[in-house]
Design a protein around this ligand. Sequence first.
Ligand code: SPV
Ligand code: MG
Length: 298
Amino acid sequence: MSQTNILRKKLNSGNLVKVGGAFDAMSAKIVETHGFDAIWAGSFAISATRALPDASIMTMTEFLNVATSMVDACSIPVIADCDTGFGGPSNVSYTVKKYENAGVAAISIEDKVFPKQNSLLEGGTQVLLSEKEFVAKIIAAKEAKKNPNFTIIARTEALIANLGMNEAIKRAKAYEKAGADAILIHSKQNTPNEIFEFVDTWNGNIPIVIVPTSYPNVKLNDLKKHDISMVIYANQTLRASYTAMNQILEQIKNSESLEKINGQISSMEDIFKLQKMYDLKNEEEMIKTNLKKMGYVN
Ligand code: SPV
Ligand code: MG
């Protein structure tokens, strides 16, 4: 079964789908190793790997290349954060075509104007597109996909932009009607209260997706009780890497030798396994055997 179909099956299973954020193929592979259902290729984390702001600076092709490297390295579904869809409805249509062809299982597009800024940026600019203009993007996305199971996640930023619960509900309903396959409701509050109010009020039929970065104390059990279908841990791998690299570099700079540090970091062996160095050896053996059979070597 394709990763696209697997993700859709999981979304419809009634179990909470757990998604780990990644920023390159290696972090995606580590997410997979830990048994997550899917990988989130987030714009915040990927932009950070280039030391660039999460503000629609990188191009669609640059983000697509990262998502493609994750698809190539992993065998669980990849969900790509496509920000505002990189332009108008025609850009969204092209985005869906390219991401679906690359083997990505789902994309998320959000109802902010281009260029957008990260939702959790203190004092950031959060301006929403009109409902009609975003509905046009969803129609374009739905029409562009080949596999009906390719999942279009429509993300409303109504709560992020302080437009209130009624606006968030109204938009989510409109996005469902336009053909979205799931709704991502985002919040910058430090409690899940407005998320729970949203899910308890909205009355739609498609799955709800959340990103609990700003309300990290929410419990899995409460997400299940409120019928939330997918939780995305968007940037914890990036932030963990940032912390680990800073700590190690500080120690290296202040140490006479690497002796103490060596025990705190992965072995070369761990990385050889991750990059499948031993598969290469097996492949070399296989080629040798075949060359032998064909009489090229004794
Ligand atoms: C991301 O991970 O890029 C997201 C989630 O879009 S947030 O950073 O909260 O906007
Ligand atoms: Mg993002």
